[in-house]
Design a protein around this ligand. Structure first.
Ligand SMILES: C[S@@+](CC[C@H](N)C(=O)[O-])C[C@H]1O[C@@H](n2cnc3c(N)ncnc32)[C@H](O)[C@@H]1O
Length: 214
């Protein structure tokens, strides 16, 4: 991941000033439409990251426009697994979007940044977030039942395929799997994985949503 910028743009972003201004407008508009606890968290996390000069957490987290699409797709799911916790921004947002939701999030690495942002949650909300330091493709030792899986991990073909195959049998009919960064030239492995798995679903921006048939 790139490092260096303390704003919404990744350090290797080469878009023009006009294009960036439009993107800021889009993100600000999307932030305003997120559920209030989610928008408040995201804004506080951004301010905290800027204060701590934590460029990595800003770079890797889903942006408000992506979050809006993701939270919409996850709306019916009470139990959600996320593969790729990173700094736990999206983990927290998924939890805050529904007060009755449990979120289980996997990462190969216990990134130290995540404690900083999880501390922004109330104790009751933090108790609904369960973290596992284990590759998503190896899956859980004791799988929690979930209604949706959000894959946002290495973006590599093999790992994405392995993660889907690990989780799919544990899902009930109607459950969904969301693949982040689908159809994005920067992450060809995600699109290749969806193709290799032979999945039919819906592309919502750069989120591919597959629903387990009934
Ligand atoms: C793009 S970041 C995730 C961002 C996060 N979902 C968000 O929106 O804030 C990718 C994360 O996936 C993790 N990762 C990489 N390979 C993985 C694997 N095989 N299983 C689980 N996590 C993995 C990385 O350590 C990194 O923290």
């Amino acid at each position: 991941m790139s490092r260096g910028s303390l704003n919404l743009f990744r350090a290797d972003d080469s878009r023009s000033a006009l294009h960036r201004a439009r993107r800021i407008g889009l993100q600000a508009g999307s932030l305003a439409t997120l559920p209030r606890p989610v928008a408040a968290f995201w804004w506080r996390a951004l301010r905290r990251a800027q204060a701590e000069r934590d460029t990595w957490s800003i770079d890797v987290a889903c942006r408000p426009a992506e979050l809006r699409v993701l939270l919409d797709a996850l709306a019916p799911a009470r139990r959600v697994a996320e593969i790729g916790t990173a700094a736990a921004w999206t983990t927290s947002c998924i939890a805050l979007a529904r007060p009755d939701r449990e979120v289980h999030s996997w990462d190969v690495e216990r990134h130290p940044e995540r404690a900083r942002y999880l501390a922004l949650l109330s104790p009751a909300d933090r108790a609904r977030v369960h973290l596992y330091d284990r590759p998503g493709g190896r899956g859980p030792e004791d799988p929690p039942p979930v209604d949706a899986v959000f894959i946002d991990s290495s973006h590599e073909l093999e790992e994405t395929v392995a993660t889907f195959r690990t989780w799919e049998p544990a899902l009930a009919p109607g459950a969904i799997v969301g693949f982040h960064d689908y159809d994005d030239d920067a992450y060809p492995g995600v699109t290749e994985a969806v193709r290799e798995l032979g999945l039919t679903g819906e592309a919502r921006g750069h989120l591919f949503v597959w629903r387990k048939p009934a």
